[in-house]
Design a protein around this ligand. Sequence first.
Ligand SMILES: [Zn+2]
Length: 375
Amino acid sequence: MINKERVLSEFFELVRITCRTKAEREVADVLKNKIAAYGWEVSVSEDDVGQKIGGNCGNVFFHFKGNVPGAPRLLLGAHLDCVEPSAGVEPVLKDGIITSAGDTILGGDDKAGVVAIMEALRVIHEQNLPHGDIQVVFTVAEEGGVNGSKNMDPSWLKADFGFALDSSGIPGKIIVEAPGQNKINVVVHGKTAHAGLAPEEGINAVVVAGKALAELSQGRIDAETTANVGSIKGGGATNIVPDKVEIFCEARSRNPEKLAAQTQRMVDTFEKVAAANGARAEVTVQKAYGPFVLATDSAPVQTAVKAAEAIGLTPTTEATGGGSDANFFNTYGVPTAVLAVGMSKVHTTDEYIKEADLYRTAEWMVAIIKEAANR
Ligand SMILES: [Zn+2]
């Protein structure tokens, strides 16, 4: 059904192109040129998110017109950027496993997703298979904050439902739930004084921060909610009562009410403990992304399950603890599931992918496009 040699050589070609977060231009242009060469009627556009976030490339959109009137419009997404160390990737295939040759990541996160989408489009076109409108979105700056899709204008998305190809695990795995996340940044303001001459005139921000942290609800809160204190910095010389400490925390939940409640509990604890000790807590809450939960009978889950079964994959549905572009696509009104593409040990120099999983993911994409056209 797919062309394995073509998939493998394209995967090698793409992971060799250095593609840091906010420096996705080269790979984006390669993909635009490839798609222009398909000879398929396609509209290509790029948004201004690159300028907004200080990168050299925006989110790239390809829109393919369907040949099945009334079929749902499908969104297929993958991200272009890679984590570090990403320069000079040399992919090596040995015994059916692809790794990097040196001290770099492989970049299967997320080029495995990109290649599966590219191959599926070629196959659909070459074999003139039935399909609805397809919108492909290659996002930038997914790593380190999901900033490409976060800053996207939601009106650019023109689809009824979709898939983000960006999970580790065996093809067939479908992520149907992901938490939302809030960042909670705290500055504890105390009062400085000479620690030896007049400590009673000071308010020790380090001590106040410590008291607040001892009372803070964090760690595993319940089955769908977690919280963490990630870093703390402040203070200086031992002869000075420190007047400033910064604390960086996060809260996550798949339930929006629980996320709000946990965030508020953390804010209240810092404010209450600081006030009780004559200090002041300046707390800022930033929404990193919203949660999503897809029903078993929703269009993306049904489509992915049926497509997996059609090609002999075992479909499984799972929840994740992490965020991805799908959190924003769902927030923007396009129900989107995350699909496993076979990548393993991502974000490490031990990253690898099975050659066979590259092909299975591409086959799954073709099956998904066909299945969606039948809905
Ligand atoms: Zn990824």
